[in-house]
Design a protein around this ligand. Structure first.
Ligand SMILES: NC(=O)c1ccc[n+]([C@@H]2O[C@H](COP(=O)([O-])OP(=O)(O)OC[C@H]3O[C@@H](n4cnc5c(N)ncnc54)[C@H](OP(=O)(O)O)[C@@H]3O)[C@@H](O)[C@H]2O)c1
Length: 413
């Protein structure tokens, strides 16, 4: 049988991972016929004739039926995916930021074209989370999705807490190992996890979550105080993404560092591993875990998508949230706050429960805060020098309390 022709866009970490995997397989129904990259002066480990630097060469070739897109330029990635759909091609994409920012438009474009778009590689590397939500959880009502969605932040936090590594060394290692984004601010600022939460929300909650609706706090300004506190208590610090229904038409969406104790399933998810907990009506809680970043794990997700799309697979979309749910901004939860001034506590309307650093120039305090005050504080200059760590256990207890009273939310674990 004649093999279907694939054009691969991008030959970096993910593109090369996918290429390697394809080379190691026999009897595939497809083959890579062209690779489009940006820099004509780069030394490549394949013959020059395989490469092109002009996307139109690919779109003008009617023999190419499938596009695998894994480039580091989001504007160009959007252009490529749109062009592919307009030409009726099947597209597999890894570009999570581009997808999170443009998912609604791309879904509409796909519905009007004869093309197909799937993107497992954009979320949690090797974990088949979108396929699981689409195929297994199709009719299940999901109350909560939470987890570690960013491999490089998890790698950095694991090295800092478990191996006493400095933040700078851990970040450098994450970059060398190919876990970090080209711009690592996306990882350590929490942007990458927010992008993934939006993509997961579309398939799990069937709602169009936008990144601006997520309270997002990164790990860049982690200080010795949180690290020492975690080590003393036997906690780990994890960048946790949470999307949880709190009441009808209200949800909590956060990406935030959290103290995680040894009883929580995310405690053991270390280094570049990701873990996602799905909390649903009939199945209770399920944890999916696996390598969340890197060349081969992400390349495999693209490879699996290529096999699926060749066999006619596509996502089904519907909107489970026609009334338009909103963030539950009055929702209060407990955090650990490290700041240099009482003004931060005033700005946050912080209800102090315990002072963990009495008599020192900085403040390391424990107390309660409302989501709306955190969202307001986000635009303040002080936000950059403050560190916030969620008390995950308190949040889980509160959510299970709501469940008992109103039957809406179940505890996540
Ligand atoms: N790394 C991961 O673990 C991971 C995991 C999941 C998703 N992703 C996503 O996958 C995408 C690729 O990531 P990566 O880590 O593979 O990046 P990377 O290692 O930096 O490689 C980027 C590739 O994109 C090519 N490129 C950039 N701009 C281009 C343009 N305008 N036209 C054609 N090619 C262009 C580059 O070409 P040159 O070779 O000529 O420079 C390079 O081959 C990103 O969207 C990223 O967010 C990455």
């Amino acid at each position: 049988m004649k093999k279907k022709k694939i054009a691969l866009f991008g030959f970096g970490c993910v593109g090369q991972g996918l290429y390697d995997i394809i080379q190691q397989q026999n009897d595939l129904p497809f083959e890579i016929s062209k690779i489009c990259v940006k820099d004509p002066n780069k030394t490549r480990n394949l013959p020059g004739s395989v490469f092109t630097y002009d996307k139109h060469e690919i779109f003008n070739d009617n023999d190419i039926e499938i596009i695998a897109e894994a480039i580091s330029d989001d504007d160009e990635a959007l252009e490529i995916v749109k062009l592919a759909l307009k030409h009726g091609k099947k597209v597999v994409s890894a570009s999570k930021k581009m997808l999170a920012d443009n998912l609604a438009d791309l879904i509409e474009l796909e519905s009007k074209s004869s093309g197909v778009l799937i993107y497992e590689a954009s979320v949690c590397g090797s974990i088949p989370i979108l396929r699981t939500l689409q195929d297994y959880y199709q009719r299940s009502s999901i109350d909560g999705i939470s987890g570690i969605l960013n491999g490089s932040s998890n790698y950095i936090l694991s090295k800092i807490i478990d191996e006493d590594c400095s933040y700078t060394t851990a970040l450098r290692e994450a970059r060398e190992l190919g876990f970090a984004e080209t711009d690592p601010t996306l990882d350590v600022g929490g942007f990458d996890a927010s992008n993934k939460l939006c993509i997961i929300a579309r398939h799990g909650f069937h709602m169009p979550l936008k990144t601006k609706e997520i309270f997002q706090f990164g790990i860049r300004h982690i200080s010795e105080h949180e690290i020492a506190f975690a080590q003393k208590k036997g906690y780990k610090i994890k960048q946790v993404a949470i999307l949880q229904k709190t009441k009808p038409n209200r949800y909590l969406a956060m990406v935030i560092p959290a103290f995680v104790d040894g009883h929580h399933p995310l405690y053991k998810i270390d280094n570049e591993y990701n873990g996602v907990i799905l909390q649903s009506e009939f199945m209770g809680d399920q944890l999916l875990t696996g390598k969340g970043a890197g060349s081969h794990p992400t390349g495999w997700a693209m490879f699996s998508d290529l096999l699926a799309i060749t066999n006619g697979y596509r996502y089904n979309y519907y909107n489970n949230d026609p009334a338009g749910s909103l963030p539950d901004t009055d929702f209060a939860f407990n955090i650990y706050l490290k700041c240099t001034s009482d003004m931060v506590m005033i700005a946050l309307d912080f209800k102090l429960l315990e002072d963990l650093s009495p008599g020192t120039a900085y403040r390391f305090v424990y107390g309660s805060v409302k989501l709306k005050d955190l969202l307001k504080f986000r635009s303040s200059e002080n936000f950059k020098t403050t560190f916030i760590t969620l008390d995950l256990r308190y949040l889980l207890n509160k959510l299970s309390g709501i469940n008992e009273k109103k039957g809406i939310v179940k505890a996540m674990v």
